[in-house]
Design a protein around this ligand. Structure first.
Ligand SMILES: Cc1ncc(COP(=O)(O)O)c(C=O)c1O
Length: 436
């Protein structure tokens, strides 16, 4: 379906609501461009003035099965009249149990204990507490460019933008290591930056800052999300796994953005052939309802009743939505479709790069893809203003996109995207870049 912009956005209704938004809602909300959504379905959003947009955001990688999938909607509307809040912290009900039983079928066999919360940050918070509980160690290692959420533990791990930390300290004891970024290798050399990062942890962090025996966990995104859809060299996670094994450190893989088949595998870490000790899921797993999940082995998740919990964790409506999401994802051909569409999108982004000098890099796995805009390809100076202008112009032409990192545009459309949607979106982007 071609996008249909009948009123240049923001139209009168959108302007009126945005003005009320500015009057009453916390200013900490981000408004990438003046979109006011009224409804959504499949690959499309409609604003309050009747414009239709082709969506390449999936609401930050949440609507992986498409916006308002009828089976997810039916699962929610079927469950709510029976039991929405089931007080799962204190009383058992079947839907969350059924969800957990189904979820573990998508995971490596050792990831077999499920903790329920309500967001990505909470799922990370649970992972941190569990790692400390299991190891009796205090410290954590995470990475520059990493984003793990905005609660205190998750924020302490996060080092993606200073605005997310400014005036909020002090933080948990977290030491940040460089992330192997082949396009911006921070003094390392692109083909070996992953090995050099491991060496940095061993030679600098473990010798100068913290003894490995005091480190509870290393926390890592398999592909950095908010940091700019940075894909590390393929062996990186394997080397990190070995490092953790050597020192009895737990490996926590944050799959909040990369999980749920975003990269063509249910967990992105599977591409590296490793099994994390603890993994975190949220975003897409709830099909649009708040659902955070922390999973580990039975051996690691040994904490007594009441040691960690949340009032809404295991919410029946959210778990019913999650079950519907998993049922859709287990249909034959679902991962294959993501892989095929991902390859098609990447080839189209490569074509755009040949046409537009401003695109310095194209990268991604599956449908977690990005272009990085640069002032010139040699210096790789980030084209921040230009990136923001592209996002705005694409929106005005009916294509919704999201930024990441400093000058990156990310492509995380619903995984049900079709070739013609990709062609339409790339066509709009090509025009926008041409006019830049
Ligand atoms: C990798 C990662 N972890 C954690 C989070 C935090 O999730 P939430 O915003 O649901 O707290 C995000 C959110 O973007 C994320 O991308």
């Amino acid at each position: 379906m071609e996008p249909l912009i009948s009123v240049t956005p923001p139209g009168p209704r959108a302007r009126e609501i945005l003005s009320r938004d500015r009057g009453v809602v916390s200013q900490s909300m981000v408004r990438e461009y003046p979109l006011v959504i009224e409804k959504a379905g499949g690959m499309n959003l409609w604003d309050v003035d009747g414009n239709r947009y082709l969506d390449f955001t999936a609401g930050i990688s949440v609507m992986n099965v498409g916006w308002n999938h009828p089976r997810v909607v039916a699962a929610i509307t079927g469950q709510v009249p029976k039991l929405s809040h089931g007080a799962f912290l204190d009383f058992c009900s079947e839907v969350p149990v059924r969800f957990a039983e189904k979820l573990v079928q998508f995971l490596p066999p050792s990831l077999n204990r499920v903790y329920f919360s309500n967001s990505g940050a909470e799922s990370v918070e649970a992972a941190l507490k569990l790692a400390r509980y299991a190891t009796k160690r205090k410290y954590f290692i995470s990475f520059y460019g990493g984003f793990h959420g905005r609660t205190y533990g998750a924020m302490s791990l996060t080092a993606a933008k200073v605005i997310q930390r400014k005036h909020f300290g002090p933080f948990l004891p977290v030491i940040h290591a460089p992330y192997p970024n082949p396009f911006r290798p921070l003094g390392f050399s692109p083909p070996t930056c992953d090995l050099e990062v491991i060496q940095y942890i061993e030679e600098e962090i473990f010798k100068l800052e913290v003894s490995p025996e005091e480190v509870a966990a290393v926390v890592v995104e398999p592909i950095q999300g908010e940091g700019g859809y940075v894909v590390p060299p393929a062996r990186f996670l394997g080397r990190l796994r070995e490092l953790c094994n050597e020192h009895g450190i737990l490996l926590i893989v944050d799959e909040v953005q990369s999980g749920c088949y975003r990269t063509g595998k249910f967990l992105a870490s599977v591409h590296s052939g490793i099994i994390p000790d603890i993994t975190c899921l949220a975003k897409a797993i709830g099909g649009g309802l708040p659902l955070g999940i922390t999973v580990s082995s039975d051996e690691i998740m040994q904490w007594p009743p009441g040691s960690h919990a949340s009032t809404f964790g295991g919410n029946n409506a959210a778990c019913a939505a999650g079950l519907a999401v998993l049922e859709l994802m287990e249909e034959p051909g679902f991962p294959g479709h993501v892989e095929a569409m991902g390859n098609y999108l990447l080839s189209k982004l490569g074509w755009l790069r040949e046409r537009h000098e401003i695109i310095g890099d194209v990268r991604g796995i599956g449908l977690m893809d990005a272009i990085e805009l640069v002032r010139d390809r040699k210096s790789r100076e980030p084209a921040v203003r230009e990136r923001n202008a592209v996002l705005r112009a694409a929106f005005e032409q009916g294509l919704t996109l999201l930024p990441a990192g400093e000058s990156v545009i990310r492509f995380c459309p619903p995984l049900v995207i079709q070739k013609q949607d990709i062609d339409t979106g790339i066509g709009i982007l090509d025009q926008v870049l041409e006019a830049l």
